[in-house]
Design a protein around this ligand. Structure first.
Ligand code: PLP
Length: 395
């Protein structure tokens, strides 16, 4: 019989010459399981998705409940679907009052596309400013905001009138002017290798956008839903963005994204022309039911309260002369090594010894550590020991 691994290589699209090829049979809590009984402690969380762990019982229950009622019924924005309405309402209740409207999408990239569109329409301006080394997704609009020339050149032409500033550089903010429709930044640059900006920088960017009438769009696709110890990372900086983009951890493991804005900004897609952003599957009722359950879990199980302590345990457990720096906020962490060979070999050693870690798109010299927020203290200690063993062996 042809194995799933062979069929994967033969029949499904490959995105690199060297996929990791780890086969997963089941996932539960902090663990992934392979078909031959392999067990991996997951420090990647499906790239910041499984914030409440895999297959949380409350999420499974909500999905099952919704399965009994309906799946897809119509395109987004026409029928009143309780899971969408209930989730949007709960989300807004946990955001500052300036946010008044939620558009539910399929993915993070679609949230980015929608945000750019409403910013252009609302301001009547065209220029969008993004940050160097950013990552906002892989559709052509989102890719236009990627702050690295490799992808820009390979897929040119991308969107016009996109300009770049240095992330966390206050001087560069002078490039934001009254021609700027929006400034799009990650709350913490993830794929750049977890670059945490200063509070001063974020406050300056907020002030500059307000001064020139540009909208501040925050990408919280990696940082949202408790990852950094607050429900949303903007809370660390004492500012409120104009538009918030969400995905990944939003759906408790189901595919969902959202962009959230004040009502008067969102309303620009209603007319001239109408249906300014449409999507068939965006806000799928099963995903929304899962998202509502997941948000309840984060709040009711008080997951935010333990993030800082768990992050500290990682930082204490990962003291090693070959780890040059640990960057991050909460359980969004990055271990800086010397080169990609080390990163690759340590990741492989960890996987072979039951701990899943990875690296970053724009920073292949650092290890990605972003476990489920539900990870236990014993699991953290176990993970740190395996990582340090790998580092002893390969660095
Ligand atoms: N923004 C950030 C910061 C991301 O990390 C990602 C995905 O990794 C995206 C946007 C795009 O999200 P999606 O893959 O759901 O389109």
């Amino acid at each position: 019989m042809i194995s799933n691994r062979e069929l994967f290589l033969k029949n499904t699209a490959q995105t690199s010459e060297s996929p990791r090829l780890i086969e997963i049979e089941k996932a539960e809590g902090s663990y992934l399981y392979g078909p031959q009984g392999q067990k991996y402690l997951d420090l990647v969380s499906g790239f910041n998705v499984s914030n409440i762990g895999h297959r949380h019982p409350k999420v499974i229950q909500a999905i099952q409940h919704q399965l009994e009622k309906y799946l897809h019924v119509t395109v987004y924005g026409e029928f009143v679907q309780a899971p969408q309405v209930q989730f949007a309402t709960k989300l807004l209740a946990n955001l500052p009052p300036s946010f008044g409207s939620v558009y539910l999408t399929n993915s993070g990239a679609e949230a980015v596309e929608g945000s750019m569109k409403i910013a252009k329409r609302f301001t009547g301006r065209r220029q969008i400013i993004a940050a160097k080394n950013a990552y906002h997704g892989s559709t052509q609009g989102a890719l236009s905001l990627i702050g690295g020339t490799q992808y820009q050149e390979a897929y040119a032409p991308l969107l016009p009138e996109i300009d770049f500033i240095e992330f966390n550089n206050i001087t560069d903010l002078s490039n934001i002017t009254d021609k700027t429709a929006a400034v799009i930044v990650e709350a913490i640059q993830g794929e750049a290798g977890v670059r945490v900006p200063s509070k001063e920088y974020m406050q300056a960017i907020r002030a500059k956008c307000t001064e020139v009438g540009a909208l501040l769009i925050f990408d919280e696709i990696q940082t949202g839903f408790g990852r950094t110890g607050k429900l949303f990372a903007f809370e660390h900086f004492g500012i409120v963005p104009d538009i918030l983009m969400l995905a990944k951890g939003i759906g408790g493991g189901m595919p969902l994204g959202a962009f959230v804005a004040p009502k008067e900004i969102m309303d620009v897609i209603k007319a001239n022309p109408m249906l300014g952003h449409i999507t068939t599957f965006g806000g799928h009722p099963v995903s929304c039911a899962a998202a509502l359950a997941s948000l309840h879990v984060i709040l009711n199980e008080k997951l935010l309260e333990t993030v800082e302590q768990k992050a500290l345990l990682f930082r204490q457990g990962l003291i090693h002369p070959k780890i040059k720096e640990i960057r991050g906020l909460g359980l969004m962490m990055c271990l800086q090594l010397e080169n990609f060979d080390q990163v690759y070999n340590v990741s492989k050693y960890c996987a072979d010894n039951g701990v899943m870690i990875d690296w970053y798109l724009h920073c292949e010299t650092a290890l990605r550590v972003a476990p489920p927020l539900t990870i236990s203290e014993e699991e953290i200690i176990e993970a740190c020991d395996i990582i340090k063993q790998g580092i002893d062996k390969f660095c």
